[in-house]
Design a protein around this ligand. Structure first.
Ligand SMILES: [Zn+2]
Length: 246
């Protein structure tokens, strides 16, 4: 007798095979865990917030048995990964690791002052290990990467466009500001530190020297930041999205 797996809410949209309203009749022909079964259907374990077997809470290691009804629920916002959870250990603080396929999203998160490391060209295995080691939510468009057991917290971005992806993350984690905009280096995520104008004077163009007095420096890559035109453009973009700075 097969099992019935019911994918609730937006998880149904991730199903690979034909289904009726997120319900899939699943053949129980081998020893499979709930994690195996749900991921075989196309849903990475990171997207699951609650698992029920015949109405009772279960975890990913639970074995699938004949005739069971499995309910799979996504998180309902706001999700706080620092809180105790039956399916995964809590994070120390909310921080992200952006995969190479969501690089622009990483810049937008940094722009808001949110701690966001960037995976760059690292191999999948290393990216997954880093997310676990540094206690970060792995953000990606790659389902296979999220299926790795080393990944405990992650989010499969549903949107294509970086601003829509940002809105997706802010909604999911209930981040509504005020944000510490321009508090992190956009290039390397390090928190910026104030720097005296005198110290960097030789590096400034004449117009910047004349019109600006407040400067910040990245302690990691040494890039200098000031509230110039780039800054204004970014603030306008955030305002367009309904996001004010602090
Ligand atoms: Zn930097």
């Amino acid at each position: 007798m097969p099992a019935l797996i019911r994918l609730h809410h937006d998880l149904a949209a991730l199903l690979r095979r034909p289904h009726e309203h997120g319900s899939v009749v699943y053949p129980v022909d081998r020893e499979a865990s709930l994690k195996d079964a749900v991921e075989a259907l196309g849903v990475p374990h990171t997207e699951v917030d609650k698992l029920l077997v015949n109405g009772r809470e279960a975890d990913f290691a639970t074995r699938l048995a004949e005739g069971q009804t499995i309910d799979v629920h996504p998180p309902s916002p706001p999700l706080d990964p620092t809180q105790p959870h039956p399916l995964r250990p809590p994070l120390m603080r909310l921080a992200f690791l952006a995969d190479a396929n969501v690089g622009k999203l990483a810049s937008l998160l940094r722009l808001l002052g949110l701690n966001t490391a960037y995976a760059g060209e690292a191999a999948d295995r290393e990216v997954a290990a880093r997310a676990a080691r540094e206690g970060r939510v792995l953000l990606t468009r790659d389902r296979r990467l999220l299926r790795r057991s080393a990944v405990l917290h992650g989010r499969l971005l549903r949107a294509n466009e970086p601003r829509a992806q940002l809105a997706e993350i802010l909604t999911l984690y209930g981040l509504s500001g005020p944000f510490r905009t321009f508090s992190r280096c956009l290039r390397c995520n390090a928190p910026l530190v104030p720097v005296a104008k005198d110290e960097i004077l030789p590096r400034l163009l004449p117009k910047t020297r004349r019109y600006f007095d407040t400067f910040h420096r990245c302690p990691s890559c040494d890039r200098v930041y000031w509230p110039g035109s780039h800054h204004d453009g970014m603030l306008r973009m955030l305002a367009d999205m309904g996001l004010g700075g602090a």
